[in-house]
Design a binder for this molecule. Structure first.
Ligand code: ADP
Ligand code: MG
Length: 244
């Protein structure tokens, strides 16, 4: 595996009395697709919030591309090359697909590439080229996810964080998202995915990190993680406790 593009050491986050993340060491190899999994409340979103600067760590370090980023503001972190695709896309509904993606291109712009070319490229990668003139408000949930990925890609990240891009999608929509993630990686981007769709995780990931109650309980290639007794117990325990 190549050198990590993202490394955390002892990453810890306390919210008043609650420890949402505890002493987490994670290395995401450059050029890989990694997944972060774990039951609800495990700390997956907190990890993304820490890495993107939405919340500051209580302890520990975050190094991105050789530079300490913990404590930096979100827009600085984004400009350094970390993009985030949210689960709930909030496009400008009256704008076309192209103009929504262009917002990402302009936000990430640092003068070295034409925003229109960046926009076209991001739409092509996300399978939206045939929908460039559609109003965002007319898109199905599957296409909204593509739009959210395209917007994040257009900010020109080196590391793309994708928060449950397959949630609520049918198998063919999910397969399309998996293809998009692979195309993104083929461009040299690194992808870190939070995803509940285990089939997608197993199919697309080079390496999987498992969180439970804010701690990393396992990591490894997907085939090994699927058979890991601690991982199985974490998921079964949650199901057994959750009457829903
Ligand atoms: P996941 O995304 O894995 O479901 P989260 O990272 O959202 O888990 O949450 C981990 C824990 O941290 C949960 O107990 C959650 O209630 C708590 N938490 C997350 N964000 C905050 C916050 N801003 N304030 C207080 N508690 C939080
Ligand atoms: Mg979450």
């Amino acid at each position: 595996m190549s050198a990590p593009i993202l490394s955390t050491r002892g990453l810890t986050k306390r919210f008043r009395g609650l420890t949402a993340m505890s002493d987490v060491d994670i290395d995401v190899p450059a050029g890989s697709i990694c997944s972060l999994i774990g039951p609800n409340g495990a700390g997956k979103s907190t990890f993304f919030n820490l890495v993107t600067g939405y919340v500051a760590p209580s302890a520990g370090s975050i190094v991105f591309a050789g530079r300490r980023i913990d404590g930096m503001p979100t827009d600085t972190i984004n400009r350094l090359g970390i993009g985030r695709a949210f689960q709930i896309s909030k496009p400008f509904p009256g704008l076309s697909v192209r103009d929504n993606v262009r917002v990402g291109a302009l936000f990430g712009a640092d003068g070295d590439r034409d925003p229109d070319a960046v926009t076209e490229d991001a739409m092509t990668l996300a399978g939206l080229a045939g929908h460039r003139d559609a109003a965002a408000s007319s898109l199905t949930v599957g296409f909204l996810r593509r739009l959210e990925l395209a917007r994040a890609i257009a900010t020109r990240p080196r590391l793309l964080l994708a928060d449950e891009p397959c949630a609520g999608l049918n198998p063919s929509e999910t397969a399309e998202i998996v293809d998009i993630l692979r195309r993104v990686r083929a461009r040299g981007l690194t992808v870190l995915l939070v995803e509940h769709d285990m089939r997608a995780v197993m199919e697309v990931s080079d390496h999987v990190f498992v969180l439970e109650a804010g701690r990393k309980i396992a990591e490894g290639p997907p085939q090994r993680i699927a058979r890991d007794p601690a991982v199985i117990a974490a998921y079964l325990g949650t199901d057994a406790e959750d009457p829903g």
